[in-house]
Design a protein around this ligand. Structure first.
Ligand SMILES: [Zn+2]
Length: 103
């Protein structure tokens, strides 16, 4: 199936797409695990739009407003690395990071 170019380039996330992302993510912020609703949730682009990331289900993460704002245009991996460092549990997370991202 060839993707609908107009749809992929559209900047805003439709409510139905937002609902799909939230359902997949169990209505939890994917960075700090805060619980979210359709009203409070932000849609984070795992690979930032500013770097060419698409607004599609696979590239969207449920996020609370504060995580979405502080992530900015970092990629998901960059932001998770930063979070781990901040939380001072780097050794715990580096095991997870190395198994998920260094395949
Ligand atoms: Zn969060």
């Amino acid at each position: 199936m060839f993707p609908d170019y107009q749809y992929l380039m559209r900047r805003s996330v439709s409510n139905s797409l937002k609902k799909q992302v939230l359902q997949r993510d169990n209505y939890l912020c994917q960075y700090c695990w805060a619980s979210l609703t359709l009203e409070t949730a932000h849609m984070d682009h795992a690979f930032p739009r500013s770097k060419g990331g698409w607004t599609i289900l696979d590239n969207l993460r449920s996020s609370c407003p504060s995580c979405n704002l502080s992530k900015g245009d970092k990629t998901e991996t960059e932001y998770r690395t930063e979070l781990a460092r901040k939380a001072n549990i780097a050794s715990y997370f580096s095991d997870i990071l190395s198994s998920s991202f260094r395949k």
